[in-house]
Design a protein around this ligand. Structure first.
Ligand code: NAD
Length: 358
């Protein structure tokens, strides 16, 4: 039976990079005998224009009946954020989407391509031969979902945010991290603040227990302050980083700059039923929209993640990843990842080269 994908292109560069990603997906499915049906739906400012809603019912229905969601990005130019079309667009669209489907695990790979080492803000000597980190972040617990209070206490302005975790929440994300490590370098670094926080002490206890189910995978615990330093000093030491919601939010953004452009960074969010949302880690880049200059790699890699995690087609995902690698090795670049003397191609033309290499 055909698998259905909800295609939410969104705003800014979303529709352009999505169109290119779908070309790559179509070619790949053709070669790998995968049968997919793409069902487009509106989200963000594009949805607001039609429905006066950033995540309309129609879109929710299409997502709910799909086997996976492929998202572009949402949001408008920062200086137009006050207009109804853009006001709270990201929160209304993305937070609602994540909440509707209870995505509890976020996966963010950060791969530094050898041929792109020069565009990383880190020195080549720090990067060495290969840096390929996967950050696995818990998404439904921690300080974001506990009670928030802001008021007056003891005649002073006062605020508190409650951080909470239970063992099942931690176990679910830990299993995902160990399973991912099995097909990589078999190393998990679990990041917490167990020298201070009760939630981190529980985190460390549960992760250590889950690790016994995966004897082939080496587990290391690291305090979050040290991890922030180590990501910059020696990112090569990491394979899978497993962490809680707040620490993951910060560390994944830090890791996302190491490859050199947000245009290279895909991500996935998965719920307990295995249903997944796949999207670039960056935003809608309104500065680049409609100019055929955005980098389509993040969106294309998001489709590869979809094939891997939702449809268990590692072979098809690797076909796409290898085609991107070959295109970069041949010297082709989009503007954001180019140095002087490089062959710079437009979004579509760069994708043509990827398709030639599929
Ligand atoms: P942004 O990620 O859109 O852009 C940050 C920088 O990265 C810009 O210089 C941009 O040109 C560059 N960039 C991003 N993607 C690129 C690509 N594919 N190719 C080349 N360069 C790329 O972040 P921002 O400028 O802070 O936000 C712009 C809009 O995006 C805002 O409305 C914001 O709310 C929204 N946003 C949406 C998401 C999402 O949909 N998941 C995430 C973050 C921001």
């Amino acid at each position: 039976m055909k698998k259905q994908i909800a295609i939410l292109s969104g705003d800014g560069i979303g529709p352009e990079v999505m169109a290119q990603a779908l070309r790559v997906l179509e070619w790949t499915c053709d070669k790998e005998s995968i049968s997919l049906e793409c069902i487009p739906a509106y989200i963000g400012g594009a949805a607001y224009e039609r429905y006066e809603h950033h995540f309309p019912q129609e879109t929710q229905k299409i997502c709910a009946s799909a086997d996976a969601i492929l998202l572009g990005s949402v949001g408008g130019p920062i200086d137009k954020a006050h207009l109804p079309k853009w006001k709270n667009c990201e929160a209304n669209a993305l937070l609602a989407l994540r909440k509707t489907f209870s995505f509890n695990i976020n996966l963010r790979p950060a791969k530094i391509y050898k041929v792109l080492r020069d565009i990383s803000p880190l020195k080549s000597t720090v990067l060495g031969e290969n840096v390929e980190i996967l950050i696995v972040r818990e998404l439904m617990g921690d300080v974001y979902f506990g009670e928030h209070y802001q008021g007056i206490k003891n005649n002073q302005r006062y605020a508190s945010d409650l951080a909470e975790y239970n063992e099942s929440q931690i176990a679910a994300v830990a299993h995902q991290a160990f399973q991912a490590a099995l097909s990589r370098s078999k190393k998990v670094t679990s990041v917490d603040k167990a020298n201070v926080l009760a939630t981190s002490k529980l985190w460390r206890e549960v992760v250590t227990e889950i690790a016994t189910h995966y004897p082939e995978v080496a587990l290391q615990h690291m305090l979050v302050d040290n991890c922030a330093m180590q990501l910059i000093l020696n990112p090569r030491q990491f394979d899978v980083i497993l962490t809680s919601n707040l620490f993951g939010d910060i560390l994944s953004d830090a890791a996302s700059v190491i490859p050199g452009s947000l245009g290279l960074m895909p991500s996935a969010s998965i719920n307990e039923a295995g249903f997944g949302l796949y999207e670039p880690a960056g935003g809608s880049a309104p500065d680049l929209a409609d100019k055929n200059i955005a980098n389509p790699i993040a969106q294309i890699l998001s489709t590869a993640m979809m094939l891997r995690y939702s449809f268990h087609r590692e072979d098809a995902a690797e076909r796409i990843e290898n085609a991107i690698l070959k295109t970069l090795e041949e010297g082709y670049r989009t503007r954001d990842i180019a140095k002087e003397g490089d062959v710079v191609l437009g979004t579509k033309e760069f994708t043509d080269k990827i398709i030639e290499n599929l």
